[in-house]
Design a protein around this ligand. Sequence first.
Ligand SMILES: [Zn+2]
Length: 391
Amino acid sequence: MAVDGDETNGGGDSQPSVNTTAEKKKETPILRLSLVPNNEYVSDSYDDPNLVYSSCVLRSLEKYLPPEIFSANRNEKAKFMSDILRKYFSKAKRLKNRRQEFISKYQPSFRGWYDIDPKLFLLPSFLEAISDNTEASFRRIISEPHPSVFVFQMFQPDFYETVIVEVENIRKWAEETNFPIRRPNNMSKHGVVLDHFGLDIFLKKLIQEFIFPLCKVFFPEVCGTMFDSHHGFFIETGEDRDPALGLHMDLSEITLNVCLKKQFEGGEIIFGGTRCKKHKKTKFKDEAIFRYSHIPGQAILHRGRHCHGANTTRTTCYRANMILCCNSSLFREMETYQKDFSDWCGQCAHETKVKESQIIAARREGMIRIEDGARGSTDKPWHVYVRRSKK
Ligand SMILES: [Zn+2]
């Protein structure tokens, strides 16, 4: 069976190489766009009908040029940016074509995936809570066993079996036709990206109509506007399936993790600390660890930056999960400018608390110095109070 990797790491189209020998490649480093924009940079004009991409697109990308390219002439800069854009557009086009090919050839077990109304799979109690659209109505059906980890039942029981049967059918068909299966990540050998197999419309509707209202209430810092992309996939972990992932953060703002099936004991989900982009490698204290036994039928909603992973010590536990990673490019843009996320990042909150303590200590020290300087001439009651509190 052909396997199509995640394509985020070496699986996608590559830019045409300028150099032909290994020696030249070694001498010339590959230039990449800068992660931080140069807002001082004055853009060139790219109003030229011979250019493939519009002036507006090129000018917005120009401030991310690597410093080595800033001094190049307009045509060289346009070529550099066009090569990068071409890479992404060709990848998107290739994925779109493959999806169309799949839909035109594959006969799904459940024939309604491509235009299904998600309501048909959802529990009446969940639908009623979303329809009422208040925090009180959500809390009626949702528990929060740990801060910002929300657990609830949302799907009817037959939904889980429908997804599992469909994935088995896709695998069998892909095996027979040598159609490449896109995996959720480069390490997965058994997972399936559901979006790639025609479930993207269903999942998008699910997010827009049912997950986003919850996120607006429970994760207000992320959900000012609708998510603009998602990554939906099916994973199986266990002895003869993919190994369970240890602690990690998702490349998402919000993650919905639905347990479709579980066999044997163990296999808890472990949550660690929550971290902003700047602090994502900062360790968290053991007290931040929270273990949750995820049972079939339950959905867990959490921040993608809430460090989490499966308990990897019990490898016999089989689990099948549907994961929906919801992304907001607006939040990511905002995150590059905002410096403090104390309301949800544990490390930001800790640093803010330390700064506040230092300010209070410095003020206190200043007051004591004033009091010591004034001692002898006047001995007001508040001076006595400061001296006593110092002890
Ligand atoms: Zn932080």
